[in-house]
Design a protein around this ligand. Structure first.
Ligand code: UDP
Length: 315
């Protein structure tokens, strides 16, 4: 297949490039490098089935030749990024998805939208299954991300229903691994960086909120299985192993062998307003439809991620 990945120089996007190239596909990575980096795809330079295009997907996308699939991952998924760039976040989720869908339609390509567990907002149902409609505050600071992804899902379904486009929607839960930006502000890079550098681990509020962390190779495997499946309605992908942020901080200390202390801090109101209290994917549908479930344990995934962070930090 000839496959376009928007956000192809990003964290998950670049791992998808590697995976699909290994499977023998031709891959075009598109990225405006706002949060992605050519470092993530530098090892693919010169690969005869790989092409990188520096382009912002909120602008008209022109691509020569046939295309079999568009994987639309371009986005600003870190809360810190979307608080700093709220309008760009809305634009890439809305206008960028429109352009990517238009391209898929023009080429007769299959389209996969990278959606998010944030469509469930601060959930009132736990764990979250795909039939839950969510609890999102449209005018809160996280609304720019959540609503753009909800709009993107609606637009994707409209292209499917109205234009008969082959579409897939994956709701990605917290994912981690090598190539996360060291300074993206999310909990995994923050804690690992702090632990390696011997700085205090910054647990927000009481650290009682929960998350469930999925290693990137499991995520990529699930995304490709969904792409190749017939499932049109959204599918959750994530690791159902749930823990509090405080437990996660202790786990990072254990894996890194760091003697850093844990500090409880109150970040700005904007940073934690509407911050979901709990989050865990119900992955029964992914198990049933894709025969997928995560196989990498938190210890194993964290060890690989820590090793990569150490190299990047020169430690
Ligand atoms: N968090 C924290 N310390 C940090 C960064 C994040 O306690 O240095 C918390 C944050 O408030 C949230 C959870 O960790 O409850 C996960 O945050 P992250 O930014 O990774 O992404 P989210 O899951 O909220 O999209």
């Amino acid at each position: 297949m000839r496959i376009l990945i928007t956000g192809g120089a990003g964290f998950i996007g670049s791992h998808l490039c590697d995976y699909l190239l290994e499977q023998g596909h031709e891959v075009i990575a598109m990225d405006n490098l706002s949060t992605g980096s050519t470092d993530n795809i530098a090892h693919l330079a010169g690969h005869r089935r790989f092409l990188f295009i520096h382009h912002d997907v909120t602008q008209y996308i022109y691509l020569e030749g046939r295309l079999d699939a568009v994987l639309h991952l371009a986005s600003l998924p870190s809360p810190v990024d979307y608080l700093n760039y709220p309008i760009q976040t809305l634009k890439v989720g809305a206008l960028g998805t429109h352009k990517a869908l238009g391209l898929a339609k023009a080429k007769g390509a299959r389209f996969l939208l990278a959606s998010t567990s944030e469509v469930y907002g601060d959930p009132l149902v736990h764990p979250q299954s795909e039939d839950y409609w969510g609890n999102v505050n449209p005018v809160g600071p996280r609304g720019v991300y959540d609503e753009s992804k909800r709009f993107a899902e609606a637009l994707t379904m409209a292209y499917h229903r109205y234009h008969g486009l082959e579409t897939r929607i994956v709701r990605i839960f917290n994912t981690y691994g090598p190539r996360m930006r060291l300074d993206d502000g999310r909990v995994v890079p923050n804690f690992i960086r702090q632990a390696i550098l011997g700085e205090p681990l910054t647990v927000y509020d009481e650290g009682t909120r929960t998350r469930s962390f999925c290693y990137v190779s499991d995520m990529v495997e699930g995304i490709v299985r969904l792409l190749m499946s017939d499932e049109v309605y959204p599918v959750n992908l994530g690791n159902p192993q749930e823990m509090t942020i405080l437990e996660f901080a202790r786990k990072v200390l254990e894996v890194t062998g760091s003697t850093s202390e844990i500090v409880f801090i109150r970040p700005s109101d904007e940073r934690t307003r509407d911050d979901p209290m709990v989050r865990r994917p119900d992955i029964s549908k992914a198990r049933r439809v894709l025969g997928w479930e995560p196989v990498v344990s938190l210890e194993e995934g964290l060890a690989r991620t820590v090793e990569w962070f150490r190299k990047r930090l020169g430690k």
